[in-house]
Design a protein around this ligand. Structure first.
Ligand SMILES: C[S@@+](CC[C@H](N)C(=O)[O-])C[C@H]1O[C@@H](n2cnc3c(N)ncnc32)[C@H](O)[C@@H]1O
Length: 214
């Protein structure tokens, strides 16, 4: 299978998040559409374990794929699932419990985990629970979550993880760290650098790490 080293896509939110809720971590529909067009076919099962505002699921339905997903935040879950034909495939819960929702094996996964700067203590994968504070715990948990995701994928299925490196008080090489952690459970296939055409204000590039189920 061929993967380009570099692509360009519009940074445009076709679907806005709900009024009154923060939705700056939503990704553009163009990103999902690009991967589904090139690496899936109609009726494929498309999984997003960090579903957020449902972008993956909405585009999957638009392209006649079957969406599945998990979202930990109840408001986000209800907002997205409430607008989907396949709402019963969308679960409210923790992606670490992916194996417990009775999902069938998936053909494709595209997702973007919550990001954590390396100097923060608040671990977004645990909603800030102090028992799991710190970047090490975050990476460890991501490793476990992707192990569970790998268990749900068909043999040779692709898993695409979109991530940014984080600027700020301290630089966080999140793309490298996620790549390293996920490589323990899925075979790395490619890293695609994506330039947003109508530039995202803070960061014009993002990274799509492509893995394959061994
Ligand atoms: C970067 S956002 C995903 C945005 C999504 N791609 C979209 O376009 O709307 C990450 C999401 O993961 C959710 N999340 C955080 N921890 C989680 C967990 N342990 N299991 C499942 N979802 C989780 C957050 O609530 C957030 O909505």
């Amino acid at each position: 299978m061929n993967f380009p080293a570099f692509i360009e896509l519009p940074f445009e939110m076709e679907r806005h998040g709900p009024a009154g809720m923060e939705w700056s971590d939503k990704y553009p529909e163009s990103l999902v559409r690009y991967f589904l067009k090139n690496y899936t076919k109609k009726k494929d099962r498309v999984f997003d374990p960090f579903l957020g505002f449902g972008t993956t699921a909405f585009v999957a339905e638009e392209m006649e794929r079957i969406p599945y997903g998990i979202e930990a935040n109840r408001e986000r879950f209800e907002w997205a699932a409430g607008q989907l034909d396949h709402w019963q495939n969308i679960k409210h819960g923790d992606a670490a419990n992916s194996a417990t929702f009775g999902f069938p094996k998936m053909d494709f996964c595209i997702t973007s985990p919550p990001y954590m700067p390396c100097h923060h203590r608040w671990n977004p994968l645990f909603g800030g629970d102090p028992k799991y504070a710190g970047y090490d715990q975050y990476l460890k948990r991501l490793g476990l979550i992707f192990e569970k995701i790998a268990g749900l994928m068909k043999k040779n299925a692709l898993v695409v993880v979109q991530a940014d490196n984080l600027k700020g008080r301290r630089y966080t090489p999140l793309v490298r760290d996620i790549g390293h952690i996920v490589s323990n459970v899925l075979r790395p296939e490619a890293e695609i650098i994506l330039r947003w055409i109508n530039e995202k204000p803070d960061y014009p590039y993002t990274h799509c790490l492509v893995f394959k189920k061994k």
